[in-house]
Design a protein around this ligand. Structure first.
Ligand code: NAD
Ligand code: MG
Length: 389
């Protein structure tokens, strides 16, 4: 029996994770659930999964969570709150597996805590590896933590690299697939609305990653993520647009042979794989029926309309703190776009502006990463305020 702490339980990955777990009560126990602020949803999940601990990241909501649990007859569940509590929870000896399903750089705290404690980490939160890649991989090496990538592309690559020795890896290339998002065929992106940007053609996801998929920033973040996870420099990582989202990513070896991982576009598959690895568990996703697939197509990404993908390669090559700055500018930009303060193409404009004007020193510690992230957010907000003046 493995005991699980699920960070970001109320989100899209959180709910897919709980769905997988619910099929295997003899293998997995929900030890703790966390949410940022959506108390009602968290309480509903507590009712169903009966964790030992419920945690709300926004400490000002702690009393509300306690009262609501008591009202539902769940006063036996411990109530925790705040950032420090998240780190403490990720490291508890009772926890075997930490599932990191928080969105944004807010995921850094529990991700690093889990790595420091040598846990099995199911990492969905890509922003934490984008911001802290070098330090995170170093920590994992030191503590013997097990990092299993949940992001479907990285889960695919993890599977395609299985069995490859160091020599084979050294001569290989990674090929990340991208759906192309909802605007693959749209010429003018200036009037895109948040509703349009959040309507992804093949995946159902949280709002932030949906907008990231529409700008191709998501693929850019994934290139950075792949580089850290698998130790490939940016020149050995390609992106190809594959609108059917049937192939989740590929590895090309020195002889030109390509291994691809396929499946339905359903996050329950990589979640089940990471939970059970090295076993395989049925995540209860639909099976691919090749008689229904029809044509499968590939095309190059359009970097003119979607420049953020190119910015990610640039950030990786520049190194230092550039990825943190790009990520923070993007998070602020997406938020401002969703609240209709700025337009869709302004997200890329903001990223470009920050990458050109804010060049902090490379971080040496986790505290440095937090400080650079916080400064970049302030600068991005100042920039938007100037535009709106
Ligand atoms: P979501 O918006 O649906 O859920 C986010 C979760 O994070 C919620 O439970 C929320 O309570 C929590 N949260 C938000 N801000 C927080 C904060 N400041 N502190 C603590 N908790 C906070 O997001 P999602 O689509 O489930 O994505 C989660 C992560 O997984 C993202 O990093 C995303 O890029 C990655 N990911 C998602 C998918 C997908 O299919 N949804 C696929 C691959 C990777
Ligand atoms: Mg992905």
């Amino acid at each position: 029996m493995k005991s699980i702490a699920l960070f970001g339980a109320t989100g899209s990955i959180g709910s897919s994770t709980l769905d997988v777990i619910s099929h295997y009560p003899e293998r997995y126990e929900v030890f703790a659930l966390t949410a940022n602020s959506r108390i009602d949803e968290l309480v509903q999940l507590c009712k169903r999964f009966k964790p030992k601990i419920a945690l709300v990241a926004d400490s000002s909501r702690q009393q509300e969570l306690r009262a609501s649990l008591t009202e539902q007859g769940l006063s036996g569940i411990e109530v925790w709150a705040g950032q420090r509590a998240m780190a403490e929870l990720a490291q508890l000896p009772e926890v075997d597996i930490d599932v990191l399903a928080i969105v944004g750089a807010a995921g850094l705290v529990p991700t690093f805590a889990a790595a420091q404690a040598g846990k099995r980490l199911l990492l969905a939160n890509k922003e934490s590896i984008v911001c802290g890649g070098s330090l995170l991989m170093k920590t994992i090496k030191e503590t013997g933590a097990e990092l299993l990538p949940v992001d479907s592309e990285h889960n695919a690559i993890f599977q395609c690299l299985a069995g490859a020795d160091e020599k084979a890896r050294a001569d290989a290339r990674l090929i990340l697939t991208a759906s192309g998002g909802p605007f693959r065929l749209r010429k003018d992106l200036s009037a895109v609305t948040p509703e349009e940007a959040c309507a992804h053609p093949t995946w159902h996801m949280g709002q932030k990653i949906s907008v990231d998929s529409a700008t191709l920033m998501n693929k850019g973040l994934e290139v950075i993520e792949a580089s850290w996870l698998f130790g490939f420099d940016p020149d050995r990582i390609d992106v190809v647009v594959h609108p059917q989202s049937l192939i989740h990513s590929m590895v090309q070896y020195a002889d030109g042979c390509i291994l691809a991982q396929m499946g339905a576009p359903d996050m329950r598959t990589p979640i089940a794989y990471s939970l059970a690895w090295p076993d395989r568990l049925d995540g209860h996703a639909q099976r691919v029926d090749f008689s229904q697939v029809g044509s499968v197509t590939f095309e190059a990404p359009d970097l003119d309309r979607f420049p953020q993908l190119a910015y990610a390669y640039e950030a990786l090559k520049r190194g230092g703190a550039t990825s943190i700055v790009l990520n923070a500018a993007n998070e602020i930009g997406v938020q401002a776009f969703l609240t209709r303060q700025i337009g869709f193409t302004d997200i890329a404009r903001l990223c470009r502006r920050l990458m050109d004007t804010f060049i902090p020193e490379a971080p040496a510690t986790l505290e440095d990463i937090f400080a650079i992230d916080a400064m970049a957010r302030v600068k991005a907000q100042e920039e938007i305020a100037q535009w709106l003046r």
